[in-house]
Design a protein around this ligand. Structure first.
Ligand SMILES: [Zn+2]
Length: 882
C-alpha cells in the first residue's frame, strides 16, 4: 500500500479541522496499520439467539474498573447444544448462573464457555447471569482529570464497533444477532448518563450515587450497545414530539445548539425522503473527549468527538459546519442500526448508505452545487488511494487490508448516487423504502438490496451490482473528438484505459454527451459498452463545436483524460452550467503554466463564479501556477473576497510565491488583523511555508494573543517548523509541555520535530511524552521523534513498544519510526518518502532533509486545503493510554 495515497483522503475528508498536521500525518500511518486488523470476515453460525440483555454496570474510577452484572436471555437454535459460549476479552468472571442455579464456567481464548448440565434442545430458553470485573483496554474508556489537566470533566464512554464490546461485556459479539437491552448505570449523583433507548427512571442509590435505567425495545446488534456517563451538559430538543438530546462535556453545553440544532430538520428530511420514519424511541448525540472515532451510530444514541463542538466564532466560518458528521451518523440509524450488515464484508451497506445520506442532506439544505462539489472532491480522493482500485466493495478477504476503507465509504456512496441517477428519484426511493421495510430489524447482505430494488422497480440491477459492487475499480476514460466540416459530424472516440485484470473489467456506463455549437447546447444520452475498450460515437452538429462535455454534470465515478484545446477549456470554465464541468476546466487550465490568458480566466472565475467551490479551486490553481500575473489576481481578489471559506484559499495560495516582499507584507497584515480567523490562520501558515524573513515576529505575536480555542496560536505554533527559525525553539518547548491545551501541544511538538535536530534535550523532552495518557500528544511525539532522526530516542520508543497498554494499531507505527532512526543516514529519506507518497514517494531526493521538508510543506498545504467541514473519522484509532 502506498501510504501517501491516503494523505489527501484523510487530510481532506477525515480529519477534524482541529487536528494538527502532525496528527493528520500520524493518521496516515494509522490508516495503514489498520491493515493488521483481523476481524471475522464471514458471519458466524449461531448456536443460540440472544434476545435480551439486562446490563447493570458500576464503575471504580480510581482503578478504572467496570463492575458488571449481566443477565442474558437466550433461546437455543440447535439440538444437542452442550455449551453456551460468549465473547469475553480480558474480563475477570466472578460467577455464572444458568436459570438461577450456580454454574461452572471456563475462560479461554477470549471466550467465556458455560457448559450446560444437560445438552439443550432447539427452542430451550435460558437466563444466564454473569458477574464480572474488568479494567478494559478497549471498548470502554475512562476520561478523567489528572495532575496536568485537573479541570477535565469526568467521562466514561464505550465504542463497540467493530468487535470491542467483548472488552467490557461478555456477549455475542458479531453483527448477525439482535437483542433488546436494559441498561442500568449506577454513577455519582451529579452525573448524567446516556444509553440505548428510553430513559425509564433515575433513582437514589447508596453512597451519594444515582441509578439510571434505560430500556431499548427494538432489537439491534451488540456492537451498537452504548454507555456514556459523566459530568455532562445537556440540551433538550424535540422532533415530532420525540426527545432529541445533545450532550457535551461539562462547561461546553453552550456549544451544542450552534453545532447540532439542525438535527430535527435532518430527521424530518430523512424520514420523509425514505418513506420510513426514524425507527427509534429517541435520538441522543453525546459529544465526548478523546473519542476514538469521529462518530459512532449506536442505536438511538450516537457518540461523537467533542471536536465537533466548535467555538461559535469559528463555526460561523465553516459553511456546512458539522453537518457531514451529524447527517452521516443519523443516516446510520436506518442503514446500519435498523437494517444491519450481516457481516463485515457487506459493511458498505452501512457506510456507503451513511455517506449517501450526508450527500442527501447537503443537496437538500445547502444546494446542488455544494453536494456536487462534495462528490467531485470525493472522486479525486478515491482515485488518489490507488490501493482501493483493485478491490471490490463487497469482499471477504480484508484480513490484510481493513474493511472500513474508501471503498465502503466513498465508492459505496457513489454507487448509490449512480443507482439513483440511473433509476430516477422516484424509483430509487421506492426501492430504498422497500429495502428498509422488508429488512427492518434484520441483518442483510448486498443481494438483499438488489432484490428489494428489483421487486419494487421491476428493473434488473444485476449487471450494475456486478460491475460496481462485486467487481473492482472504475472506468478510466481517454477521450478525443474530431469535427468533420463537410459531414457536419463529430466523431467522439471513447477509450477505457484501465488495466483489465483481476476483479477489474470494462464498464458499461450511461453518460450524457452535450455538444454546444453557435446555435446552442444539445444533449445526447449514450451507452458505453463493456464489451470493447474503444468505441467511436458520431453526432450531428450544425457547425464546429464550441464545447463537448462527456458525462455532463459528473454522474459516473470515473477518471477522464479529455484531449481538448486551451480555448475549449476556457469556454468550458466560463460557460458550462454544472459545477463539475467548470471544476474540470480549472484542473486542466491549472496545468498550463506561463499563459496570461489562463491566468486572467482563472482570476475572473475567482471573482465572479456563482459557486464558492469554483472560486476556491480557482485560487488554488492560481497558487499552483505561480508567476506575477497569478499573484496579482490573488492580491486583487483579497479586496472583494469576504467569505471565510474562499478567502482562506486565496490567502493560502499566496503561500506559493517566494521572495516577494509585497506578499509577505500582505500576509503579515492579514495574520495580525482580518475579519476571518481562517484567513488569519492561513496567513500564519503561509508565512511559515515561505520562510518569510521576519516572519517569527508575527508568529510570536499570534502565539501570545488570544483567539477562539487558541485557533491562531495553534496555527502559528504549527507554522514555526516550516519557518525554520531556531529562535522559536524556547517558545515551542514551552507550548509542548504538559498542562498546555492538547491542540497547542501537538502543534508545537510537530514543529519541534523540524528544528535543532541535533539538540538532544528536545529529543528527550518529546520522548518524555510517549508515556502520557493523551493520545494525540503521544502520537505526535512518536512521529516527531522519527522526523528528528535522533537515534537517542530509540530506547524510549522501544520501551513504549513493550508497554502493556499499547493498542495493536500503534505497534507498526512505532516500529516504523524505530527503523527510520536505526537506518544508516543515507537511507532515512526512503521511509519518509514512503510515508509521503504522491510526487515525493519515488524518494528520488538525495537529500534527506530536503525530502522531508518538502513533504512536510506539502502536508501543511494539504491541511490548509482541508475540507471545510468535519467529516467522519470512523476508522478506529488506538485508545488513549490509561
Ligand atoms: Zn459510518
Amino acid at each position: 500500500m502506498t501510504i501517501g495515497s491516503f494523505t489527501n483522503a484523510i487530510v481532506r475528508s477525515r480529519t477534524s479541522r482541529h487536528a494538527s498536521w502532525a496528527l493528520a500525518t500520524a493518521l496516515v500511518i494509522l490508516f495503514t496499520s489498520l491493515q493488521l486488523r483481523a476481524d471475522e470476515p464471514y458471519a458466524r453460525s449461531r448456536d443460540y439467539d440472544l434476545q435480551h440483555s439486562r446490563i447493570a454496570l458500576r464503575f471504580d474510577l480510581d482503578q478504572k474498573k467496570v463492575i458488571g452484572d449481566i443477565t442474558h436471555t437466550l433461546t437455543v437454535l440447535r439440538d444437542s447444544t452442550s455449551n453456551i459460549i460468549f465473547d469475553s476479552a480480558g474480563l475477570s468472571i466472578q460467577s455464572v448462573t444458568v436459570n438461577k442455579s450456580s454454574a461452572k464456567f471456563e475462560t479461554k481464548d477470549d471466550k467465556l464457555i458455560i457448559p450446560l448440565a444437560t445438552a439443550a434442545h432447539t427452542g430451550d430458553k435460558f437466563d444466564i447471569n454473569i458477574r464480572y470485573e474488568a479494567k478494559p483496554t478497549k471498548g470502554l474508556y475512562f476520561i478523567l482529570p489528572d495532575k496536568d489537566y485537573p479541570d477535565r470533566p469526568k467521562q466514561i464512554w464505550t465504542q463497540g464497533e467493530s468487535e470491542d464490546t467483548r472488552y467490557y461485556l461478555p456477549t455475542y459479539d458479531y453483527p448477525n444477532d439482535r437483542l433488546t437491552t436494559e441498561t442500568i448505570l449506577t454513577v455519582p449523583a451529579s452525573w448524567l448518563t446516556v444509553a440505548n433507548g428510553k430513559l425509564i427512571s433515575v433513582t437514589e442509590a447508596a453512597n451519594g450515587m444515582k441509578t439510571w435505567t434505560w430500556k431499548e425495545s427494538q432489537p439491534s446488534s451488540t456492537y451498537l450497545i452504548t454507555v456514556v456517563a459523566g459530568e455532562l451538559d445537556e440540551v433538550k430538543d424535540t422532533w415530532r414530539g420525540m426527545p432529541v438530546t445533545y450532550y457535551a462535556p461539562k462547561g461546553r453545553g453552550d456549544r451544542l445548539s450552534i453545532n447540532y440544532s439542525r438535527t430535527p430538520q435532518m430527521l424530518e428530511l430523512f424520514s420523509t425522503k425514505l418513506g420510513v420514519n426514524y425507527p427509534w424511541e429517541k435520538y441522543a448525540q453525546s459529544m465526548v473527549d478523546d473519542f476514538v472515532a469521529g462518530g459512532m451510530e449506536n442505536s438511538s444514541a450516537t457518540t461523537n468527538t467533542s471536536n465537533s463542538l466548535q467555538h461559535p466564532k469559528l463555526a460561523a466560518e465553516y459553511i456546512t459546519g458539522q453537518d457531514g458528521l451529524i447527517s452521516h451518523e443519523l443516516g446510520h440509524q436506518w442503514f446500519g442500526d435498523m437494517v444491519t450488515c450481516k457481516d463485515w464484508g457487506d459493511i458498505w451497506l452501512n457506510e456507503g448508505f451513511a455517506t449517501f445520506m450526508e450527500y442527501m442532506w447537503t443537496e437538500a439544505h445547502f444546494g446542488k452545487d455544494e453536494a456536487d462539489a462534495e462528490r467531485w472532491n470525493s472522486t479525486r480522493q478515491w482515485f488518489a488511494d490507488t490501493n482501493l482500485y483493485t478491490k471490490p466493495i463487497v469482499r471477504h478477504d480484508f484480513n490484510d487490508s481493513g474493511e472500513f476503507d474508501g471503498n465502503a465509504y466513498t465508492k459505496g456512496g457513489w454507487v448509490l448516487y449512480m443507482l439513483r441517477h440511473q433509476l430516477g428519484d422516484d424509483a430509487f426511493y421506492r426501492g430504498l423504502k422497500h429495502y428498509l421495510e422488508v429488512n427492518r430489524g434484520k441483518n442483510v447482505v448486498t443481494a438483499d438490496l438488489a432484490k428489494a430494488v428489483e421487486e419494487s422497480t421491476h428493473t434488473n440491477v444485476d449487471q450494475f451490482f456486478d460491475q460496481w459492487l462485486y467487481g473492482a475499480g472504475a472506468p478510466k476514460f481517454d477521450l478525443a473528438y474530431k469535427y468533420d466540416d463537410a459531414k457536419h459530424e463529430i466523431a467522439l472516440t471513447v477509450k477505457q484505459t484501465q488495466k483489465v485484470e483481476g476483479h477489474v473489467g470494462l464498464f458499461r456506463v450511461l453518460a450524457d454527451v452535450e455538444i454546444t455549437t453557435a446555435s446552442g447546447p444539445k444533449l445526447f444520452p449514450m451507452t458505453i459498452s463493456n464489451e470493447k475498450d474503444t468505441e467511436t460515437f458520431t453526432f450531428h452538429a450544425d457547425s464546429a463545436p464550441l464545447l463537448v462535455l462527456f458525462d455532463k454534470g459528473n454522474h459516473v465515478l470515473k477518471s477522464v483524460d479529455f484531449h481538448k484545446e486551451k480555448k475549449e477549456w476556457l469556454y468550458q470554465l466560463k460557460n458550462a452550467s454544472e459545477f463539475a464541468d467548470r471544476a474540470d476546466a480549472i484542473t486542466a487550465l491549472g496545468k498550463l503554466k506561463g499563459d496570461d490568458e489562463v491566468v486572467a480566466a482563472l482570476g475572473t472565475a475567482l471573482l465572479n463564479d456563482k459557486t464558492w467551490n469554483i472560486r476556491a479551486n480557482a485560487a488554488d490553481a492560481l497558487g499552483q501556477l505561480g508567476g506575477a500575473g497569478a499573484s496579482k489576481q490573488l492580491l486583487d481578489a483579497l479586496n472583494s473576497t469576504k467569505e471565510p471559506w474562499v478567502r482562506s484559499h486565496v490567502v493560502a495560495a499566496l503561500g506559493n510565491f517566494k521572495d516577494d516582499p509585497a506578499i509577505v507584507a500582505k500576509l503579515n497584515s492579514i495574520a495580525g488583523d482580518d475579519n476571518s480567523y481562517r484567513a488569519r490562520a492561513s496567513a500564519l501558515q503561509a508565512l511559515g511555508r515561505l520562510k518569510a524573513p521576519g516572519g517569527l515576529a508575527t508568529l510570536n505575536a499570534a502565539v501570545a494573543a488570544d483567539s477562539p480555542d487558541g485557533f491562531l496560536r495553534n496555527a502559528a505554533l504549527r507554522s514555526m517548523g516550516g519557518l525554520g527559525d531556531d529562535k522559536a525553539v524556547p517558545l515551542l518547548r514551552e507550548w509542548a509541555a504538559p498542562g498546555k491545551p492538547i491542540d497547542s501541544r501537538t502543534a508545537a511538538i510537530a514543529s519541534l520535530a523540524r528544528l535543532q535536530k541535533d539538540n538532544k534535550e528536545i529529543t528527550a523532552q518529546i520522548a518524555g511524552y510517549l508515556s502520557e495518557p493523551h493520545f494525540p500528544v503521544r502520537i505526535a511525539s512518536v512521529f516527531a521523534l522519527g522526523t528528528r532522526g535522533d537515534a537517542s530516542a530509540v530506547p524510549a520508543l522501544e520501551a513504549l513498544l513493550k508497554s502493556n497498554d499499547l493498542s495493536i494499531e500503534m505497534v507498526p507505527m512505532i516500529k516504523t519510526q524505530i527503523e527510520t532512526l536505526k537506518a544508516p543516514a543515507g537511507d532515512k529519506h526512503r521511509q519518509h518518502g514512503e510515508n509521503a507518497g504522491g510526487e515525493e514517494s519515488d524518494a528520488s531526493a538525495t537529500n534527506d532533509q530536503g525530502a522531508v521538508a518538502k513533504r512536510l510543506d506539502r502536508l501543511e498545504h494539504l491541511m490548509q486545503e482541508m475540507a471545510d467541514r468535519l467529516k467522519t473519522i470512523e476508522t478506529r484509532l488506538p485508545p488513549p493510554k490509561q
